[in-house]
Design a protein around this ligand. Structure first.
Ligand SMILES: [Zn+2]
Ligand SMILES: [Zn+2]
Length: 340
């Protein structure tokens, strides 16, 4: 067998990148589809590269100067995938009888963080999204068929068969027509990408009393694919809502709120009214009860919570400067009397 290093024009023991570069240059030069190309030479360099790009085969050649007979089968698609995207060798998913449409997941899922007040009172919602819209011109195939002209490269067979010797046959999907057997050209609308990107701003109303992890679904704002019967289908855009568990001294658990306040002991005895400012958007008022145990919480159900509750822990305090020594002892005496 020929020395694969000299076939690729590199020195024995050349590095992986030198080998790759040499193969890339030579395969462009000798591609049978090109002017001055040569099928024979093309097969030869592909074969050399299939040995040198495979550590096992390369190792064998380096040691013994040859490789095991019969281990020379390789797939053209694999070696071209290996050297990157050369336009002549674009890899496409395709079938013999027609090109497969490229598909993307139809739904878009985005994590979306809102603030705690908005999770309680609702709000407006605006977010930029990036949608993939199936190209109408090529119906998400990325290529257009030039009439019904037969691919000259594979004579309409859709496959390339290289017979090196009676026992060594290389077969690959025709890279020119991607296996359809018809002449094609790249779709210039999507530049062969099958989809067009569309940046869009979606707007929606945030419902009230959201729980963490709620999902907001906006229909028809997902990616657009072509279905097999040539219709377009648009998925949905899902926003996974997330918000901080505490803000402004108020905590949220499920859809319930919780806070803790301190009040003067005298206000408890007088059963004063207390006002709580909920995120500066709503105020709630309630009356302190003198006969409530200190550990017992106040449970309110303001309208805006729609059936959920607001729990308030009240801690009585006595501001130092408000109490004389005499009153302090008096209070202590009274409290003891009541406890006993
Ligand atoms: Zn297109
Ligand atoms: Zn072809």
């Amino acid at each position: 067998m020929k020395n694969p290093y000299s076939t690729l024009g590199v020195q024995n023991g050349a590095s992986e990148s030198e080998i790759k570069k040499a193969f890339r240059d030579l395969s462009k030069k000798y591609h049978p589809d090109k002017k001055g190309g040569s099928q024979e030479k093309f097969v030869e360099i592909s074969e050399a590269y299939s040995i040198l790009s495979d550590p096992e085969k390369k190792g064998m050649f380096d040691r013994f100067g040859t490789i095991k007979p019969g281990s020379l089968n390789f797939d053209f698609n694999d070696i071209f995938a290996d050297i990157g995207n050369i336009s002549e060798f674009r890899r496409r998913s395709s079938t013999r009888y027609g090109k497969r449409k490229k598909m993307v997941p139809s739904d878009i899922r985005i994590k979306f963080r809102i603030n705690l007040p908005d999770s309680v009172f609702g709000g407006s919602f605006k977010q930029k999204i990036n949608r993939m819209i199936a190209c109408e011109d090529c119906k998400s195939v990325g290529e257009l068929v030039d009439g019904q002209k037969e691919c000259v490269y594979c004579s309409g067979r859709g496959k390339m068969i290289f017979r090196q010797t009676p026992s060594i046959v290389f077969e690959s999907v025709c890279s020119k027509c991607s296996g359809t057997g018809l002449l094609t050209s790249r779709c210039e609308t999507c530049l062969g990408k099958c989809f067009l990107q569309k940046n869009e701003t979606v707007e929606a109303k945030l419902p009230k009393n959201l729980k963490n992890g709620s999902i907001l679904k906006i229909e028809k704002k997902g990616n657009v694919n072509y279905t097999d019967n040539e219709e377009t289908h648009s998925g949905s855009c899902y926003f996974l809502i997330d918000f901080p568990g505490k803000e402004d001294g108020i905590e949220k658990e499920e859809a319930n709120l919780k806070t803790a306040i301190e009040v003067e002991l005298s206000d408890i005895f007088e059963e004063s009214q207390v006002e709580i400012d909920v995120f500066k958007r709503k105020k709630i008022k309630f009356k302190l009860q003198h006969d409530k145990k200190i550990s017992e919480k106040y449970i309110l159900s303001p309208d805006f919570l729609e059936g959920n509750y607001f729990e308030i822990k009240v801690t009585p305090i006595i501001s130092k400067n408000k109490l004389s020594e005499e009153s302090r002892l008096d209070i202590a005496k009274c409290l003891r009397k009541n406890i006993v």
